[in-house]
Design a protein around this ligand. Sequence first.
Ligand code: NAD
Ligand code: DAU
Length: 331
Amino acid sequence: MRLLVTGGAGFIGSNFVHHVVEHTDHRVTVLDRLTYAGNRASLAGLPEDRVAFVHGDIADADLVDDLVAAADAVVHYAAESHNDNSLHDPNPFLHTNLIGTFTLLEAARKHGTRFHHISTDEVYGDLELDDPARFTEETPYNPSSPYSSTKAGSDLLVRAWVRSFGVSATISNCSNNYGPYQHVEKFIPRQITNVLRGIRPKLYGEGRNVRDWIHADDHSSAVLTILDEGRIGETYLIGADGEKDNKTVVELILHLMGRPTDDYDHVTDRAGHDLRYAIDSTKLRDELGWQPRFRDFEAGLAATIEWYRDHEEWWAPAKDSTEAFYARLGQ
Ligand code: NAD
Ligand code: DAU
C-alpha cells in the first residue's frame, strides 16, 4: 500500500512511520508542516525508497488533493496537540484540527481513498478519581479544552463524511502516549530533560490527575490493525491499562534517574485540568485481536529515559524556549 501519513514528523506520527517500515512493505509519504512540534530528524535513517517527505499544510487543498489522489490510504495524525498551548492561543487548533481535517476528508471523498483518523480519549472529557467506569466507544463526547474540543469536532466531521458521503473512514481514540521523539513540552519528556539539565521536575497542582499511559509503538500496531481489519464507519478505543497519577510518574522518573523522589516542585495548575482518563479497549482486543506489547510501564519508562539521555541533540534545541514559555505561565 501507499500510505499518506499526515503529521509524520511529530511524536506519534514518526513512531508510526518507523513501525510501518519495520513491520510492513508499505510505502509512506509524510505530509508535515514542520511546526514547532515537527522535526525532520525524527525520520532520519529511514530508507528513501520507502519514505518520502512533503513539507506542507494539511489545509492546502491543492497540495492535499494531489497527495491523496496518489495514496491508497490516509493515516491522519497532524494536529495541534498540546492542551497548554491551546489555552494560550486556540487559533492554530481551529485551523489544523478542523479546517485541515475537513480539507483531507474532501480529498478522500473525491478520490474514494481509505481514511483513518487519529484522535484522543480527551474528546470524552474526564472521569472522577474514584469512578470505576472507563471510557468506551459509547461514552458521550464532553471535551474540556480548546484542544480537545477541536479534536472532538474533527471526529464528528469524519463521522458525517462517512454517513453523508460514504467516505471509507475509521477513527481511533487513544490514551496518553510515551516513548521516543516526544516534544519536551509534554509531561514525561519535560521531567526527564529537566533532570538531565539539573532542573527540578514541575508537577501541576497536587499531581493527583490520572493519565492512562500506552507506549507509542503499541499505538502504532493498533492503528495498523484497524487500517487492515477495522470495520468502515467504526470507532475503536486504544489503551493498554496504564493508569497512573502524575505524582507517581514524577517520583518514578526521579527514582529511575537516581534522584531523591521528593526533588520536584508543585507549580500552578492547568486551567480546567481534566482529572482522570481511562480507556476500555475491549472492542479493539475482542473484535480485531490486538494486544499491547509494552505491559511493564516502569521498563518502558526506563527505556524512554535512556533514549532522551542518548539523544540530547534531538531535544536540546527546543528545551530553553519551552521552559521560558512555562516560566511565563508560572509553570
Ligand atoms: P505532535 O504535536 O508531536 O505532532 C504533530 C505533527 O503535526 C507535527 O509534526 C506538526 O508539524 C504537524 N502539523 C501540525 N499542524 C500541521 C498542519 N497544518 N499541516 C501539516 N502538518 C501539521 O503530536 P502527537 O502527540 O504526535 O499527536 C499526533 C496525533 O495523535 C494528534 O492527532 C493527537 O491528537 C493524537 N493523539 C495524541 C496522543 C498523545 O499522547 N500525544 C494521544 C492520543 C491521540
Ligand atoms: O489523553 C491523550 C492526550 O494526552 C493527547 O490527546 C494529547 O495530545 C497529549 O498531549 C496528552 O494530553 P495531556 O494534557 O494529558 O498531556 P501532557 O503531557 O500535557 O500532561 C500530562 C499530565 O501531566 C497532565 O495531567 C498535566 C500534567 N503536567 C504536564 C506538564 C507539561 C504536569 O504535571 N507538569 C508538566 O510540566
